[in-house]
Design a protein. Sequence first.
Length: 133
Amino acid sequence: MPIIDTMVLFAAADRSDRLHLQAVSLLNKPGRGLLMGTFALMEFDVVLKSRGFSGKARRDEMTLLTVDFPRVATSVHPISPKTLYLASLCEERFGLGYFDSLLAAEASDHDGVIISTDREFERVPGLSRIPLD
């Protein structure tokens, strides 16, 4: 089951995003085993907060995520000290940013597959990126 990158969440939440329809289709596809990255959820919330979204507006976004995509929203990858260990390795060895390192670690810790438009993940040996576009 692939891990979903944060950009999938932003594309699904924004009707004007060029990948909106692909993201919504992916998240609604029946029988598709997907896992929400724990750090994708955290990054989504941090970015919303940094863009000035109030607590209520952020709660509304999480409510919509849960209502619109219940199967995916409740399938969240668990994290452990091993995940954080792998993230620090990805950051140091492959030059990934903080959240990309965390998501790469989650994918590596799970089955090695991430759904993202971000080619940065291709730097990590053993990690496969499924492009959304």
